[in-house]
Design a protein around this ligand. Structure first.
Ligand code: MN
Length: 131
């Protein structure tokens, strides 16, 4: 058993290669072999979002605070609020982020395949984000 006390893992700022706007990442659990499960909290300032990306074996989001938006390639932009959960299928191209004027936090539950849990792609345009 391992207990990670609150305050023992540093926050980090989402890098500009993977995020538009200001996003803070707080790790919760890093994959420990043979488990491939990784869990982290992300907090997006209003207008902030990930770039387009895919997950090789899917991803579960649990919205924990605020109101944000999620989008899939060729699909609608949907509003999500605290208490909602979102599942993205393996390989489904998508993004997640804050609302236009509201912050959003989620817990992301992701499994790696061959050591990688995400493939980052191009930024989400302001037009696609604001749909
Ligand atoms: Mn994702």
């Amino acid at each position: 058993m391992q207990i990670k006390p609150n305050g023992s893992q540093a926050s980090s700022i989402g890098p500009v290669t993977n995020f538009t706007g200001h996003a803070r990442r707080d790790p919760i659990h890093t994959a420990l072999d043979p488990s491939r499960l990784a869990v982290g909290q992300v907090t997006f300032d209003p207008g902030a979002r990930t770039v387009w990306h895919t997950h090789p074996v899917g991803q579960l989001l649990i919205i924990t605070a605020g109101c944000g938006r999620v989008g899939t390639w060729g699909g609608e932009v949907r509003e999500v609020k605290a208490g909602d959960s979102v599942w993205f299928e393996p390989g489904e191209k998508h993004w997640h982020g804050a609302g236009l004027t509201t912050a959003m936090s989620h817990i992301a539950v992701t499994e790696a395949e061959n050591g990688s849990a995400v493939d980052w792609l191009e930024p989400v345009s302001d037009e696609d984000y604001a749909k």
